[in-house]
Design a protein around this ligand. Structure first.
Ligand code: ADP
Length: 268
């Protein structure tokens, strides 16, 4: 190699290094900006939702007071209108509650303690007792569920939303929702055990293959025609985020008209 060739190669090397360093600094700065604006957005959603709740409660309370004190004197049309105000305020309250929960999940600390999932599901069934009876639904847990290290508050949200949906998006005469656990397989090669798979299975209307990713997105609803009751489009987003915050995976298997199974893992 000639002296000038070595000199050129070394200068070229330095120039490439400069570009790489410059680019990686730029990337780090962009990442920082992105995290900051994400954090600000989360904080904005949280504060806005929080501050909207109290005037909304006021609107519902005053409308209910009007119905109680002068409902009989109102013309039927006006009574319906005031009743609509109450219903719409409750619906908006449900959206705000969902948004608060979703944004809280973005920054909440996930506490991992041993949680008996039989207890979690037992409490949910108790909470939903009236809805389960009204829908003539049956919640089955064929085998005892495991005790896993997870945050009980957010795992409760996973099972609650999936069980409620399994009952709601269901047109069968006998609605059945099954909650179960598939024991993890042990690898023959390494002797190590994989993560167990939890599932919530229903015999409802099913979800088409092309909609299975979309239903996990914020505000995405497939049945906006109210046939299956009013929803917020937030339940499955909360489920997906809870699973993600537990370093788990979530996927859906479904046959239209026969039902859907939501599988998920925790702590992979
Ligand atoms: P919401 O139920 O409040 O509309 P979700 O985020 O829980 O919001 O669900 C999003 C949409 O996914 C629902 O509107 C419904 O169309 C569909 N979906 C959810 N769960 C099921 C299910 N178990 N079977 C069929 N469709 C479902």
């Amino acid at each position: 190699w000639l002296e000038c060739e070595l000199d050129f190669a070394s200068r070229l090397g330095r120039a490439i290094l400069d570009v790489v360093v410059h680019r990686s600094r730029e990337m780090a700065r962009l990442n920082q900006d992105l995290s900051r604006s994400n954090r600000e957005l989360e904080e904005f959603v949280y504060t806005a939702s929080h501050d909207l709740k109290s005037p909304l409660r006021g609107i519902a309370t005053y409308a209910q007071m009007v119905l109680r004190s002068s409902g009989d004197n109102l013309a039927a049309k006006d009574r319906e209108r005031v009743q609509s105000i109450v219903q719409l305020a409750h619906r908006m309250d449900a959206v705000i509650e969902g948004l608060l929960r979703y944004s809280e999940l973005g920054h909440a600390l996930i506490r991992r303690e041993d949680v008996d999932l039989n207890e979690v599901c037992g409490q949910i069934i108790e909470l939903l007792r009236v809805d389960i009876e009204n829908a003539q639904a049956e919640i089955r847990i064929p085998h005892p569920l495991p005790t896993l290290p997870c945050d009980s508050r957010w795992v409760n949200q996973i099972f609650l939303n999936l069980i409620v949906n399994g009952i709601k998006y269901n047109d069968k005469e006998k609605r059945v929702v099954e909650v179960g656990y598939q024991v993890p397989p042990t690898s023959a090669a390494t002797g190590r055990t994989g993560p167990g798979i939890l599932y919530v299975k229903d015999n409802g209307i099913g979800i088409a293959a092309e909609d299975r990713d979309a239903v996990l997105r914020l505000f995405h609803r497939l049945n906006a025609d109210q046939k299956f009751g009013a929803g917020t489009g937030l339940g499955l987003s909360i489920v997906a985020r809870s699973v993600e915050r537990h370093n788990g995976r979530l996927w859906i298997e479904s046959t239209m008209g026969e039902g859907s199974t939501f599988f998920f893992t925790l702590n992979e």
